[in-house]
Design a binder for this molecule. Sequence first.
Ligand code: NAD
Ligand code: UD1
Length: 380
Amino acid sequence: MATNTLAKPPAQTCILVTGGAGFIGSHTVVELLNAGYSVVVLDDLSNSSAESLARVRQICDLPETGPGSERLQFVQASILDRDALDTTFAAHDISGIIHFAGFKAVGESVQKPWEYYWNNVAGTLVLVDVARQHGVKSIVFSSSATVYGDPDQVPITEMAEKHDATNPYGQTKSMLERILSDLYVGDPEWNVVLLRYFNPIGAHESGLIGEDPKGIPNNLVPYVAKVAVGKLPEVGVFGQDYPTPDGTGVRDYIHVVDLARGHVAAIDWMAGRVGTGCADDPYSLPGDAAPDGSRRGVGVFNLGTGRGSSVLDVVHAFERACGKEIPYVMKPRRAGDIAENYASCDKARTELGWVAEYDLDRMCEDSWRWQSNNPDGYAS
Ligand code: NAD
Ligand code: UD1
């Protein structure tokens, strides 16, 4: 069996981060660099700006040129571009992949299903094919709590039944979980981590990087932030008759920096530096430990805080953060929404040694710092 390419110290390890110029990707690149890794970002900038990576350099004190600059490299290309991927793997000694690249707007995916299946599913197939040709068989994949659909109970554990997604975006996540798990079944040299994110919000505490949605935001916190900064008049609260304490939808909001650190923990897990291999979880397929002590198999982890917050909790936390009243109006329920979800985080704590540190107030403070310093995002 080939050596696990991740089983060496971070200072000798280069991670390919697809979609690394985006919201979660840019924060993860910061945490990887802080942990000592080198990073190659591959992003086609279809939903991001290279400015985010210039800001990452600033946060991590990495020069643009000269010694140390090479710890962060950027390739502007699509994961669908086989030649560009081939050149990237040939040029860099890549040990593992964190795969964020993909389209993510739920509503748009209903209008443009082909684009979503092509970019997210076909793109991932091309990526893993080129990676394996270069002997790289370790991948962390951005999945979503959307794979649970409307949960039978909360908190949701990784063993909860998956439900059919109501939209093509959610389908791509379920399909890719399956595809990546099957890769390991067919070739036990693969090392796969599926991270099911709950609702990532917040921004780096520097206020230099954050979420920069194009057009009118679909998600709650970016929308509230635009209202707070005066770009939109009021927040629409979708539904006030859910069976929740205040009648509005409850979600598990997680600070993007905590989420980013969860990816570093997932790399440590694959390398065999933490955890034992989740032998009791039917949604994980633990492989044999490799001779070098590293881990193989498929690990499935929720990344959330374990706490649910309602829409009104979020609006009020944001009011505290920005020191202003946020106008809101009650609207009908949004199609496809569920009443409540929040994560059980026990497995990530015991296996990855990871817990979310930041609370909702801190998430909103950091979102507000980013939004108020950059009212037009990276175009500011
Ligand atoms: P984002 O849009 O900010 O980041 C995605 C990045 O991928 C962007 O920089 C975009 O330019 C790039 N990209 C898209 N298609 C590409 C392609 N074919 N080739 C190369 N680059 C491409 O989104 P995000 O919020 O940072 O999400 C990152 C990942 O996490 C996505 O896979 C998303 O589905 C998943 N996810 C996000 C959330 C969330 O709430 N933000 C929740 C669950 C899962
Ligand atoms: C949504 C997606 C989910 C995706 C995630 C991250 C849907 C149905 N789900 O999750 O698949 O993984 O984003 O991209 O789109 N809300 C308002 N007013 C708003 C916006 C939202 O009241 O203007 C409410 C929603 O009804 C929900 C909560 O705020 O109760 C959170 O919504 P949102 O931020 O869009 O995330 P999810 O719907 O949980």
